[in-house]
Ligand binder design. Structure first.
Ligand SMILES: Cc1cc2nc3c(=O)[nH]c(=O)nc-3n(C[C@H](O)[C@H](O)[C@H](O)COP(=O)(O)OP(=O)(O)OC[C@H]3O[C@@H](n4cnc5c(N)ncnc54)[C@H](O)[C@@H]3O)c2cc1C
Length: 436
């Protein structure tokens, strides 16, 4: 059986590794000169920056991605962050910024700023919502209804901005509670030693050891579809036949590559579903410092800024991600859809935030990256993802344009690949993470 994969991002490489392990003859076509997509490193003055991700896995060594890597024989060391996350709050309760000082509190104490009444309500809600999670509306609406407090909205915005590049009012509440449940089940963040590149390079080694081929600088310009069946791809005007086509470029770009548009009802419904898909946008500011600015390996959430949602300092886990005695700090901020045209202003607001987050500290801005449109944070915003199957038999979509439910970023990519493999190999038992 022959499988062609479009794109050598994490989703494409995970699928290729799993299929090559099952004996498929796998061929990957990647249009860029490098593999890894938004999950690899770029060297900048000896700092290992990245093409997208912040060198962090949402569920660390016990999540779905770690489980899948283990299953395909990709040996990568992933170190659990400790603490998982801290929240920077103003030292004075009535302040709305850090100008009069701040303190960092553990993530699980996020309710400590709430009124006594809301703290009591929160304890009860934590039990009842696990038994019966809310289903309708957005997380923002749910917070307004149950805990209408500024601190709750700010903390939720920092969490959603950091992990999904969305505001809490944009996240469907069902998806949010699925994410919380997975945090309980799989645990918190972790850092792959060597950064993102260690994962995508190891997957490439597995694929090639299993006899697969990876072509770079090779763009797929068409997916051959006929009679609602995919039968290969077009590369440089040449047709390559395949039993399976796996696309890592999101549903919208995949559909645009298909050579036919069938008249079936299923296809019409699919086209309607695509209209709701929207990528999430974000800004990453990479800093270099001679001393630790955060001092731990978890996330520092910053709810009391104008824009920056959170930061990490991965050199506390892997010092090799920076030159000797230097630290790499990465700040992330969500960019609202209606602010993409004002990206320069968003950058300025982010830089001002950093001055307030790290007063009197010396650091250098290494790189500022804006991610939107064709190179977004997520090709499909969390909670909006549609299935990995398409109306064409033999054509599947993987990657962050078709994440599994409740999967934050690359964990969602792994869950989507697991769903796809379960569909292809009808009786495959899903390989999930080992959990806490
Ligand atoms: C700023 C930022 C911060 C992030 N932080 C984190 C984080 O800390 N943790 C986390 O888990 N996730 C994070 N993410 C998300 C994570 O990086 C992505 O979810 C993941 O890398 C997506 O992988 P993918 O395989 O879906 O897509 P991609 O990496 O985009 O791969 C798709 C590949 O397909 C190629 N391609 C496109 N069209 C064609 C074509 N026609 N022919 C051939 N090749 C083609 C592209 O060049 C690309 O290499 C972050 C993302 C961003 C942008």
């Amino acid at each position: 059986m022959k499988a062609v994969i479009i794109g050598a991002g994490l989703g494409g490489l995970l699928s290729a590794a799993r299929l090559s392990q099952e004996g498929y003859d796998v061929e990957i076509f990647e249009c860029l000169p490098i593999i890894g997509g938004r999950f690899t490193n770029i060297d900048c003055q000896g700092f290992q920056l990245s093409t997208g991700a912040l060198h962090m896995l949402p569920h660390g060594p016990t999540g779905p991605l770690a489980g899948l890597l283990n299953n395909v024989g990709a040996d990568v060391s992933i170190v659990r962050s400790s603490p998982m996350a801290m929240i920077r709050i103003p030292s004075r309760k009535d302040d709305h910024d850090y100008s009069n000082g701040y303190k960092d509190i553990p993530f699980n104490k996020f309710g400590s700023r709430f009124s006594l009444w809301n703290r009591l309500k929160l304890s009860l809600l934590m039990i009842t919502t696990r038994r019966s999670p809310p289903k309708k509306g957005t997380l923002g609406e749910w917070i307004t209804k149950h805990l209408d407090e500024e601190h709750a909205h700010r903390t939720a915005d920092a969490f959603c901005g950091w992990s999904l590049s969305l505001k809490n009012k944009e996240v469907p509440v069902e998806e949010a509670f699925d994410i919380f449940e997975k945090l309980y089940r799989y645990g918190g963040t972790g850092v792959p030693m060597g950064g993102c590149k260690s994962i995508t390079d190891t997957l490439a080694e597995v694929i090639m050891a299993n006899g697969g081929t990876i072509h770079t600088r090779t763009e797929v310009t068409g997916i051959i579809t006929d009679n609602e069946q995919a039968s290969g791809v077009i590369v440089n005007g040449v047709e390559h036949s395949a039993d399976l086509v796996i696309s890592d470029v999101g549903h919208i770009a995949t559909e645009q590559l298909c050579t036919t548009s069938p008249l079936s009802q299923e296809y019409k419904q699919y086209i309607e579903e695509l209209k709701d898909l929207k990528p999430s946008a974000g800004l990453k500011i990479c800093l270099a410092a001679n001393e630790p600015l955060i001092g731990h390996s978890g996330v520092l959430l910053t709810p009391y800024t104008r824009r920056v949602n959170g930061l990490n300092e991965v050199t506390n886990v892997d010092p090799n991600l920076a030159p000797a005695d230097k630290h790499l700090i990465m700040a992330h901020q969500c960019v609202a859809w209606d602010r993409i045209d004002a990206i320069e202003d968003e950058i300025e607001l982010g830089l001002q935030d950093l001055k307030e987050i790290f007063p009197e500290k010396n650091y250098e801005v290494l790189l500022i990256q804006s991610h939107h449109d064709d190179w977004p944070v997520n090709r499909s915003s969390s909670g909006m993802d549609i299935s990995n199957v398409t109306p064409f038999e033999g054509l599947y979509v993987v990657g962050d344009g078709a994440k599994g439910k409740g999967g934050i970023e690359v964990e969602g990519v792994a869950l989507g690949v697991i769903n796809t493999m379960t569909h292809i190999m009808k009786n495959e038992t899903p390989i999930l993470g080992s959990g806490n």
